[in-house]
Ligand binder design. Structure first.
Ligand SMILES: [Cu+2]
Length: 370
């Protein structure tokens, strides 16, 4: 016993102390739960353009898998409002927001981040669903012409923001230029209410809200720039004023209206995931409710029920489930109404079905006061 080193003593006494604590709290050593990753099944997930979400099982089938995804950075000029205002956007896979990634808790996500030679800047990805090295940001810096592969374990169930974070002022600049999206980590048993009853949904809408900071010329008109590099210093000046020129859902002001309106049927249940990478938001469905709401995005917590508006913190995502009860036009927006109506953060939802007079009836049409 006298020959024990100080390190051995600390190690053994630590084990004695730690074992009962771990038994009480259910904490397990990481090694005990680490599977042989080389033996896990691999599943390729095809990325789709938001507001659509990739095909997935609501309830996990079998053991954890490795979900393979590929994100290609695309620097491109996009039109951001009905007046034809342009922005040199930075995107994951060409869309704002970037595509949704879906896996189940304890799955592994193996992400290939590609920065094609045609781009001009360095990019990376910080995934709020991951653990370690700045959310993967420290391991994924890719210059034009490079790619990197990151694998992480999805330990927490919920909806999470991911975004580019290359360093310094480039972090907010890349984010407010479009470089953010959502990863949804579903509980292996699927979503459930506070009594453990399964919550089902027919489809997912992936809503990404962004604030844009477009410089104006001396006449007050939004400026067009030759290139991304040309736009950067003046865009940063507008950003320093903290007042966005646009607040948009779907990459442009009122992007999901007209032919691009969101569509549903009476009786259909939709899981609406709302991500804002930079500013808080107040999602609200005019004409409906959040039947179940995970405002903070954690599926490990019980959902709130029957809400009108909820808060999403900047740099996060929240989720709500709603079953449509009436046909007609709904508006899904940020209920900061200035951001919604003057900024552009509003979408239309067109719902087909049969009207229910019991829920609402126009008793008298607008007319002269009798
Ligand atoms: Cu970037």
């Amino acid at each position: 016993m006298q020959n024990l080193t100080r390190r051995q003593v600390l190690k053994s006494s630590g084990a004695v102390v730690a074992a009962p604590i771990m038994a009480q709290t259910g904490i397990q050593l990481a090694d005990a739960a680490t599977p042989d990753i080389s033996k896990l099944k691999r599943v390729k997930q095809t990325m789709v353009v938001p507001p659509a979400a990739p095909k997935h099982d609501r309830v996990a089938k079998g053991d954890p898998v490795i979900v393979e995804v590929r994100l290609v950075v695309e620097e491109k000029e996009i039109t951001i409002d009905g007046d034809g205002t342009k922005m040199h956007a930075m995107t994951f896979n060409g869309s704002v927001p970037g595509p949704m990634i879906i896996c189940h808790q304890d799955d592994y996500v193996e992400l290939t981040l590609v920065n094609p030679e045609s781009n001009t800047l360095e990019h990376n990805i910080d995934l709020h669903a991951s653990t370690g090295s700045l959310g993967g940001g420290g391991l994924t810096h890719v210059l034009p012409g490079e790619e990197a592969v990151l694998r992480f374990k999805a330990t927490k169930a919920g909806v999470f923001c991911y975004h580019c974070a290359p360093g310094g002022a480039m972090i907010p600049l890349h984010v407010v230029s479009g470089m953010a999206g959502t990863i949804m980590v579903l509980p292996r048993k699927g979503l459930s209410d506070k009594n453990g009853k399964q919550i089902k949904y027919d489809k997912v809408w992936h809503i990404g809200e962004f604030d844009y900071y477009i410089p104006k010329d001396k006449d007050g008109k939004f400026k067009n720039f030759e290139s991304l590099a040309d736009s950067m210093s003046e865009t940063l000046e507008v950003m320093r004023g903290f007042v966005p020129s646009h607040v948009v859902i779907g990459g442009a002001a009122f992007a999901y209206t007209g032919d691009n309106a969101l569509k549903a049927k009476v009786g259909e249940t939709v899981l609406i995931v709302h991500m804002q990478p930079n500013n808080p938001s107040q999602p609200h469905l005019i004409g409906g409710h959040g039947d179940y709401v995970w405002a903070d995005g954690s599926f490990q917590d019980d959902p709130k029920t029957g809400l009108e508006t909820y808060w999403v913190a900047g740099g996060s995502a929240g989720a709500m489930v709603y079953t449509f009860m009436q046909p007609g036009l709904y508006v899904y927006l940020n209920h900061n109404l200035i951001k919604a109506i003057l900024g552009g953060a509003a979408a239309h939802v067109k719902v087909e079905g049969t009207w229910d007079d019991n829920l609402m009836k126009q008793v008298k049409k607008p007319g002269p006061i009798s």
